[in-house]
Design a protein around this ligand. Structure first.
Ligand code: FAD
Length: 398
């Protein structure tokens, strides 16, 4: 039996599938049109313990580890959800881990625990004020790193935070921020000294802080049910108590949490591929052309076989890397390779699944059409494919 296929994890799959079937599928099209998911969805996911998966019970989570988070992500998409829904409902997966880790609490099987040791008294307070309510589904958080001048070069951020007594004064702007419209607080990367990786800190900024404005809702190719925002900070006063960990430790915190985010994106990629294989098989069985089902033609059967093989190979590799991450191995290169392998599989499978659907594949009514649009983000977010390649060549010693 695979380590990711235990009886407990099968139960977790069942729980996730019934949640998606009951609470998501009847409404997903409406949320795609509305451009966001409702707050009530966070509350119902929290009630079932799904929001807290991968977070320790001591901070209000449901326990479990990175592999459990992967199971939930995979099952949401395979049950008919989408990567856009994952982005919107599970934004706390990128907004909270730095706070939990800085408070000295290891996040089960993720890299978060490695951040312990930079804990300050304020970090326990942040857990009470932001982590617990978010995992209870009563608050929404976002993570803001990317700026209009660039996202790949995290060390080059320009948003500044100048110390003034027991506050920081923040100036700058962020863009493409997931859940930025709905968020009650934003975990924000700021520069607290001379520009560069050694001067980045993380501040938790409340939505209602004077000088903090949320700009227009950005319209996108995909991820329509996930709201995406521009944020502006003009002389925003943020209490020093809202700093995560010690000053200037933000770059390390961001990099260490990237592993979990990249594995989540890799999971979204192979799960989207798997879902599209299922949709294509169903379609090819039913669709008749020239008097026979599409699935009876050898060229179609072989194409489906190749799609299935790609999706399964990606899934096996992502799981292998996730198991190593959960065991605490330093596998930065492998995480980057896992993301690129899964994204490449997804891109090809989704494209072919849409092609097999013919004209219907191009229609909004077709689920495969949504996956085709949503999938395009996976090779851009959380470190683009080219940035993963940079990490991989470093790992090769080049
Ligand atoms: C829908 C959506 C949601 C997002 N959500 C968030 C969020 O919640 N929080 C957040 O902080 N950010 C978020 N982002 C931003 C995302 O992380 C960035 O878009 C991504 O990191 C790329 O940064 P960039 O767009 O500035 O591209 P750039 O950094 O300008 O790069 C442009 C292109 O050049 C390539 N490139 C860059 N440098 C090199 C190099 N040295 N060699 C070769 N190629 C290179 C890149 O790979 C990319 O293909 C989101 C983006 C989208 C589209």
């Amino acid at each position: 039996m695979s380590i990711v296929d235990t009886p407990e994890r099968r139960q977790l799959r069942e729980l996730t599938r019934s949640f998606v079937t009951r609470e998501v599928l009847p409404h997903l099209d409406d949320w795609e049109k509305a451009g966001e998911v409702p707050r009530a969805l966070h509350a119902s996911a929290a009630k079932l313990g799904l929001l807290g998966i991968g977070f320790p019970e001591s901070v209000g989570g449901s326990g479990g580890d990175l592999l459990d988070s992967i199971i939930v992500t995979e099952e949401v998409i395979r049950s008919g959800g989408s990567s856009g829904l994952i982005a919107a409902l599970f934004t706390h997966g990128i907004a909270l881990p730095h706070m939990v880790a800085a408070a000295g609490v290891g996040i089960g099987g993720s890299l978060g625990g490695m951040l312990g040791g930079t804990s300050t008294p304020g970090d326990d307070d942040l857990v009470q004020r932001y982590v617990r309510p978010t995992l209870a589904g009563t608050m929404i958080g976002a993570l803001a790193i990317t700026e209009p001048d660039g996202g790949s070069d995290v060390a080059g951020i320009r948003t500044t935070a100048r110390r003034d007594g027991d506050h920081y004064v923040v100036n700058g702007s962020k863009t493409y921020i997931t859940s930025g419209h709905r968020a009650d607080f934003v975990t924000t990367a700021v520069c607290t000294g001379f520009p560069g990786s050694g001067s980045i800190s993380l501040l938790v900024i409340d939505k209602d802080s004077p000088g903090f404005t949320v700009g227009r809702r950005l319209e996108k190719l995909g991820w329509h049910c996930s709201d995406t925002a521009e944020l502006s900070f003009v002389d925003v006063r943020v209490p020093v108590a809202n700093r995560i960990g010690e000053e200037d430790t933000g770059f390390l915190a961001i990099m260490q949490n990237f592993a979990a985010e990249r594995l989540s994106l890799a999971t979204q990629a192979y799960a989207t591929a798997q879902r599209c294989v299922e949709l294509a098989v169903r379609w090819c069985r039913d669709r008749q052309t020239f008097g026979r089902p599409l699935a009876s033609r050898q060229v179609v059967r072989h194409r489906l076989a190749e799609m299935h093989t790609r999706a399964e190979a990606a899934r096996a590799y992502v799981h292998e890397v996730a198991v190593r991450v959960a065991a605490g191995e330093p596998v930065v290169t492998e995480v980057a390779m896992a993301k690129n392998v899964a994204v490449a599989a997804c891109d090809q499978v989704v494209d072919q699944a849409l092609q097999l659907h013919g004209g219907f594949g191009y229609m909004r009514d077709a689920e495969v059409e949504r996956h085709y649009r949503d999938a395009r983000l996976l090779g851009i977010g959380g470190g683009a494919t080219e940035i993963m390649n940079e990490i991989i060549v470093k790992g090769m010693g080049l």
